[in-house]
Design a protein around this ligand. Structure first.
Ligand SMILES: *Cc1c(COP(=O)(O)O)cnc(C)c1O
Length: 463
């Protein structure tokens, strides 16, 4: 069913887009010169653009459309809620049904005693909340000097001033005077790029122990928390060595600091369990959620906190909140999304069926002459492209040159893949069938072959 048939011609839309719309993470002049691709509708795992071309969305939007597109139940839930109560706040000693019902459901799904949620409108906002929350927590316990948050280079925690400071993206820190004070970055567990001659196991331990070294250097009495994504997403789907998380958990247990798991991507089934913390057997005190919480159908995020943290915060007024904290329409949509994930056994099916099937095919990409490493965690995966497999060498060309060629080829092949530097990544909807995966993998392999050929032709196969 073509619902939107009355839109303007593509070139007119592109001209207006170029004239008035500033795109995130985009060189806008560059985009204006070629024109944005206009997406007009989507169903299942397939996007359709304004020229009627179809694309298999192997990124689930921006890692968020976990249940796939076109689920009318969510549209109904939004319409129903808008008619009944489109908005009310939760500041004035008031509450509303969607915020309550979603909080109770999240408490049931979250691991351990993470039984409390503070709502935000996005992952970035939730991480802003986390900074204030963990500092306020320690201040409330009579330790106002515990303010530093330890994070990691090449981490992604969002794009607001505070969230981008928490993140470890050098290109983001280079603009606008970031990071803010009292954020400390240790190195990432990226064995492929930084592990040298060490085994992944040795390297994982070494990088985890940087947390302990940072605690010793900065002083435990100055540190509020350590934050990390169970699997780095925007950093390039960096799956940590098996030794990494157990050692991090040991260090967190041995010291008086909070552990914040940023589950914005890993949450809601992405790694084959409800939360990445379950997959990696970690016990966070605080968990950031967004993206898959509503499968992207409405903007909503939040911080889930343990009984102990919530009890301390409850002792006074936490002077913090957003107009849209627990927005009733977004909360109703999220609740319906969780119902579908649960009742259709989507998370179990990822773990027991679809992710293992994808892993078998994805891991085989490591045999491709152009691929230095294939990594996968549930339904998020990456390949590192290289001119020299045995040395895991980067290209002589500027990082991202070959990745960008790869992204272009993938679109030509009817496939949305993303590149992070010279890594090609996917994070497809969780509702893919085996047949969908076969189709996707055919296009992935064609894309790699064509990118390899193009790199060769352009003389870019040099380390
Ligand atoms: C996307 C992302 C965020 C930021 O979420 P927004 O909704 O874009 O603000 C935070 N953390 C991680 C791990 C993310 O992937």
């Amino acid at each position: 069913m073509n619902i939107i048939t009355n839109h303007m011609p593509t070139d007119e839309l592109q001209a207006l887009d170029a004239a008035h719309h500033m795109h995130p993470f985009t060189a806008n002049d560059n985009l204006a010169a070629k024109g944005a691709r206009i997406i007009t509708r989507a169903n299942g795992i397939t996007l359709t653009d304004s020229d009627g071309k179809e694309l298999l969305d192997a990124m689930a939007g921006l890692w968020c459309v976990n249940i796939g597109y076109g689920r009318h139940e969510l549209a109904e839930a939004a319409a129903r809620q808008m008619r009944e109560l489109p908005y009310y706040n939760t500041f004035f000693q008031t509450s509303h049904v969607p915020a309550i019902a979603l909080a109770a459901k999240l408490a049931e799904l979250a691991p351990g005693d993470l039984n409390h949620v503070f709502y935000a409108g996005s992952g970035s906002e939730a991480n802003d909340t986390n900074i204030r929350l963990v500092r306020h927590y320690w201040a409330s316990k009579g330790k106002p000097d515990k303010k530093i948050i330890i994070s990691r280079k090449n981490a992604y925690h969002g794009s607001t001033v505070a969230a981008a400071s928490l993140g470890g993206m050098a290109a983001m820190h280079a603009q606008g005077g970031l990071p803010i004070p009292d954020i400390h970055h240790i190195e990432q567990p990226n064995w492929y790029a930084e592990g040298g001659d060490k085994t992944p196991e040795e390297f994982g331990l070494e990088r985890a122990r940087q947390l302990e070294q940072a605690i010793e250097m900065l002083g435990e009495d100055k540190i509020a928390a350590f934050i990390a994504e169970p699997v780095q997403g925007a950093g390039g789907v960096i799956v940590p060595p098996e030794t990494y998380w157990p050692e991090i958990q040991r260090i967190c247990d041995a010291h008086e600091i909070l552990l914040i798991a940023d589950e914005v991507i890993c949450g809601f089934g992405r790694t084959g369990n409800w939360f990445g913390s379950q997959t990696y057997n970690i016990r966070p005190d605080v968990m950031t959620i967004a993206k898959g919480l509503s499968s992207g159908y409405a903007p909503i995020g939040g911080s889930m906190v343990s009984d102990e943290v919530a009890a301390v915060i409850a002792g006074g007024e936490f002077a913090h909140g957003y107009t849209y904290s627990g927005h009733p329409v977004a909360a109703a949509v999220a609740l319906e999304n969780l119902r579908i994930l649960e009742e259709e056994n989507i998370v179990d099916n990822v773990r027991d069926n679809i992710a293992p099937y994808l892993a078998e095919k994805w891991n085989a990409l490591a045999d491709h002459p152009f691929v230095g490493q294939a990594s996968i965690a549930g339904m998020m995966a990456s390949v590192a492209l290289t001119p020299d497999k045995s040395a895991r060498a980067p290209f002589a060309a500027k990082a991202g040159t070959i990745g960008l060629i790869g992204r272009g080829k993938s679109f030509d092949n009817g496939l949305v893949m993303r590149h992070v530097g010279d890594r090609m990544i996917i994070s497809p909807p969780l509702v893919m069938t085996r047949a969908d995966i076969d189709t996707m993998m055919e296009r992935v392999i064609r894309t790699l072959d064509q990118t390899y050929a193009a790199a060769k032709e352009q003389g870019l196969l040099k380390a």
